[in-house]
Design a protein around this ligand. Structure first.
Ligand code: ZN
Length: 160
């Protein structure tokens, strides 16, 4: 018997992502079509941001809801077996994320997190629209935005 049950294994395998996975490519292609020019996977910056827009002093992370523990997100469920293992592992990820965001802020970067659940066919248009608005206006310079946000503590992006 291996460490994970069969069900768990296939669930986990489906979540494992490599660089240039679909959601990242989707956002990059869209940005490019809008005339944004970016650099990708910039290792020199904390957390190796997926997308860097030097002109707007903005970095974008495309985060998987599972690996990065999207708060109150329906796509973020910890597997029932080996729960303790996953909780430990995932909270380490979360800690590292917040350290990276903090460092980036200190360096004066506008940080935007786009969550994978915001890129489903249904929600994609709204998410990308909000993303563009934020990049262009950069009105929340030095704040961390999350798209979409399920958390009541962070400010919703597009409110009248
Ligand atoms: Zn999510």
């Amino acid at each position: 018997m291996d460490k994970f049950g069969e069900l768990d294994r296939s669930y986990i395998m489906s979540l494992i992502r490599s660089k240039n996975t679909k959601p990242e490519e989707l956002v990059r292609k869209w940005l490019f079509s809008k005339g944004f020019r970016y650099r990708k996977n910039v290792k020199k910056l904390p957390g190796c941001p997926d997308i860097v827009l030097p002109k707007y002093r903005t970095v974008i992370f495309i985060n998987g809801c599972f690996w990065h523990m999207h708060i109150n997100c329906p796509s973020n469920h910890i597997p029932k077996t080996n729960r303790e293992f996953w909780e430990k592992k995932l909270s380490r990820n979360q800690l590292r994320d917040s350290e990276n965001l903090f460092e980036l802020e200190k360096l004066g970067w506008n940080v935007i997190v786009v969550w994978e659940c915001g890129l489903t066919k249904k929600r994609r248009d709204g998410t990308l629209e909000a993303l563009e608005k934020d990049i262009v206006s950069n009105r929340d310079h030095k704040s961390i935005l999350s798209l979409p946000s399920h958390s009541t503590t962070s400010r919703p992006l597009s409110q009248p």
